[in-house]
Design a protein around this ligand. Structure first.
Ligand SMILES: Cc1cc2nc3c(=O)[nH]c(=O)nc-3n(C[C@H](O)[C@H](O)[C@H](O)COP(=O)(O)OP(=O)(O)OC[C@H]3O[C@@H](n4cnc5c(N)ncnc54)[C@H](O)[C@@H]3O)c2cc1C
Length: 238
């Protein structure tokens, strides 16, 4: 890993047990929406067997000019140290990596089937397409237990208002029915077909914990979607 450092500007809770970290943008830093970086703690007090470094997707778009990562605060040494990192602290990072980026052909629709923290690279892609006013037809089915568990829910609602080509479908699996009148239950082929008229046309993007990716992959293939049109980014450790 290259020996660059970045400084923590701000931490914020963006959902239950979910924290976003805003880092100072290094001069000349360039990345593509959907890419990730590796964050490595410097001299942490506590280290466990998974070590001091994790891959984390860049949550904001290049056009938002903010370097942000976000994670569920689980009980690993890395996450405990990161959560308590004082603002102004430095970590090592290795720039932008990965090829999980939105396809270029704007006439081909994109469908994102996402659960929870898997939203991180997708928020970046949708924000970039919205800010650059591309013609991509974008549909996001975004599953969480309750609205309070859904990172960046209000950002996505705002993007839907600004982008006439973006359809946002938040889906709650355990919401109180008196407080939630949107989609409920698990994302399945029937739900997909309510929002996507020709399911063979889009490129599908799946990111996040392996269980969710596997379930969505199986659902799509069973529904007849060509495997070549499914792109995945698995987050291990969840
Ligand atoms: C391309 C990419 C992008 C990612 N983006 C994000 C993101 O935006 N936000 C986010 O929160 N996480 C992201 N991750 C996952 C992240 O790197 C951590 O793995 C995850 O957050 C879990 O970390 P942890 O410290 O909670 O658990 P860990 O202590 O790392 O792991 C918990 C459990 O998972 C097992 N485990 C850990 N790593 C692996 C592995 N590689 N293979 C199999 N089992 C493993 C451990 O043995 C342990 O049992 C991304 C991963 C990749 C590869």
């Amino acid at each position: 890993m290259a020996n660059n450092t970045i400084k923590l500007k701000k931490k914020e809770l963006v959902a239950n047990d979910t924290m976003a970290f805003h880092w100072e943008m290094p001069e000349g830093f360039e990345f593509k929406a959907g890419q990730l970086t590796h964050i490595k703690l410097i001299n942490p007090e506590e280290i466990d067997e998974e070590g001091t470094q994790r891959a984390l997707s860049l949550v904001y778009a290049p056009s938002e000019n903010e370097l942000v990562t976000a994670t569920r605060l689980r009980d690993s040494a890395f996450k405990r140290e990161l959560k308590d990192l004082p603002e102004g602290s430095e970590v090592e990072f290795d720039g932008a990596n990965g090829s999980f980026t939105l396809h270029k052909t704007e006439s081909t629709p994109a469908v994102f089937l996402i659960g929870g923290i898997g939203i991180t690279p997708i928020r970046s892609m949708i924000a970039e397409a919205t800010n650059q006013q591309t013609d991509h037809d974008l549909t996001l089915l975004y599953s969480n237990k309750t609205p309070d568990d859904a990172p960046f829910l209000s950002d996505l609602e705002d993007m839907e208002k600004r982008n006439p080509h973006f359809t946002f479908v938040p889906v709650m699996t355990r919401a109180d029915e008196n407080e939630w009148n949107g989609e409920t239950g698990h994302i399945d082929a029937d739900m997909l077909k309510r929002y996507v008229s020709d399911i063979n046309k889009p490129i599908y993007y799946l990111s996040g914990p392996g269980g969710m990716i596997k379930a969505m992959q199986e659902m799509l293939i069973e529904a007849g979607v060509n495997e070549d049109n499914i792109r995945t980014e698995e987050f291990p450790g969840y």
